[in-house]
Design a protein around this ligand. Structure first.
Ligand code: TPP
Ligand code: SF4
Ligand code: MG
Length: 428
């Protein structure tokens, strides 16, 4: 058994990116952090940056564990102090690419002051913020981003505080790159991280993600898959949108996209400019004049570009190899196809009776098929939650029975037991 685990670890596509000796990780099933780490690893690979010149800094929390699992130089620092530590690393050695990977509680709660000032200074670091609307690691307390009316361990009758919209906060503070995605948008997350790794200045990427164990369970929102479905149904793509329009209501619409991308001098460039004015061209920082440092930067850029080209060629070759693979023998092909057939068959009955949206989406992927039945049941029962939440009076807790007739009996039969699969009660 243990040899199997060792084999699995060695053969994992993540074996070069993660510290496999630390596996298994602590994250719960359905938690969004894992897919973000996957996107991050992919982005690092695609970007062509030298992994030996990459440093990952995390604060404390479930997301804070990222620093301990990635196979790069990393620091798992104290709660709320990821940004100042990252700032220190960057200032000590500007050749490094510095990434902060942490939770919204850590970054915008206890570390909020550091966050806004790093953005204001246009410190040349990348911040990846996992926003699960809760202090996950410490038992699900309310955070600065928890939507109004959401239940937390510290707001058992619903949240009555006004939450931050992190893109708006970062925009106001001066961040030069701001994007928001959800765990449903893993390719976009990868792309944004890749862009951020290759640019100069303060980049902030928010990833709205499910915490099934504390936030979803306490709010009776089903499991991680139900929440991904919610993200799919409720995300609105608006690149370049005014960040004042990015507020997130409880189970409401989530505006996603790249909102800000602009150039202005980084903190170090501003220091340079000021000192050159005072000292003249002889001014040196890190033992080098500005032209010397610029020449080094240019050379590094060229190396990165060459690695990117090599990476893309490798990917293309892999793609060709996969498509050129000889067809599997008939019997194997039949075995392979079998589950798809069953999976496709399953929703056929549901599709007729389920809401139109579900019916359209369900057959798209064989793997997604059983989920369609679940979605039908969840959606039918979850809708009253959203409506109720919109009218929410935080102080009262009213139990509303979900309308059973909206979910087809067959759909329900194909899901987990109703109590687990979909919310039965809702708050007003
Ligand atoms: C100075 C300090 N205050 C409080 C804590 C307790 N603490 C640890 S993790 C955490 C919450 C983390 O929440 P978040 O950053 O959102 O990460 P998540 O667990 O949700 O990924 C808190 C309050 C601490 N470790 N140190
Ligand atoms: S408690 Fe929540 S945030 Fe933490 S690992 Fe579990 S699901 Fe993820
Ligand atoms: Mg959190």
């Amino acid at each position: 058994m243990s040899t199997d685990i060792e084999k699995f670890k060695a053969g994992s596509p993540m074996s070069s990116t993660l510290r496999m000796d630390r596996m298994p990780h602590i994250w719960c099933p359905g938690c969004g952090i894992g897919s973000e780490v996957n996107s991050f690893a992919d982005a690092v690979k695609r970007s062509g940056i030298d992994p030996k010149k990459l440093v990952v800094v995390s604060g404390i929390g479930c997301t804070g564990r990222v620093a301990g699992y990635v196979n790069f130089d990393s620091i798992h620092t104290t709660h709320g102090r990821a940004i100042p530590v990252a700032t220190g690393v960057k200032l000590a050695n500007p050749e490094l690419t510095v990434v902060v990977f942490s939770g919204e509680g850590d970054l915008s709660g206890i570390g909020g002051n550091h966050l806004i000032h790093a953005a204001r200074r246009n410190m040349d670091i990348v911040v990846i913020c996992n926003n699960n609307f809760t202090y996950g690691m410490t038992g699900g307390q309310v955070t600065p981003t928890t939507p109004g009316s959401a239940v937390a361990s510290t707001t058992p009758y619903g949240n009555y505080e006004y939450p931050f919209s992190l893109p708006f906060l970062m925009d106001a503070a001066g961040a030069t790159y701001i994007a928001r995605w959800t765990s449903m948008h893993s390719r976009n997350v990868t792309q944004s991280i890749e862009e951020a790794l290759l640019r100069k200045g303060f980049s902030f990427i928010e990833v709205v993600s499910p915490c099934p164990t504390l936030y979803l369970r306490r709010n009776r929102l089903g499991d991680g898959v139900d929440q991904l479905q919610n993200y799919q149904d409720n995300s609105i793509l608006k690149h370049g949108c005014d960040t004042r329009e990015t507020a997130v209501d409880f189970q409401g619409k989530i505006v996603v996209g790249k909102f800000v991308e602009k150039n202005k001098p980084t903190y170090l460039e501003a220091v340079d400019k000021c000192c050159v004015k005072l000292v003249g061209d002889d001014y040196q920082l890190y033992g080098k004049t500005i032209p010397e440092r610029e020449a080094e930067e240019k050379a590094e850029k060229e190396r990165v570009a060459a690695r990117r080209v090599a990476m893309q060629a490798e990917e293309a070759a892999q793609g060709e190899a996969v498509s050129a693979k000889p067809k599997a023998p008939a019997s194997r092909a039949a075995v392979k196809k079998a589950p798809a057939k069953t999976a496709k068959k399953a929703p056929a009955k549901v599709v007729k009776k389920a809401p139109a949206k579900t019916a359209k989406k369900a057959p798209a992927k064989a793997v997604a098929a059983p989920k369609a039945a679940k979605k039908a049941a969840t959606k039918a029962k979850a809708k009253p939650v959203q409506k109720a939440a919109a009218k929410a009076k935080p102080a009262k807790k009213v139990v509303t029975k979900a309308p059973a007739k909206k979910a087809t009996p067959k759909a329900v039969a194909k899901t987990k037991p109703a109590a687990k699969a979909a919310p039965k009660k809702t708050r007003k």
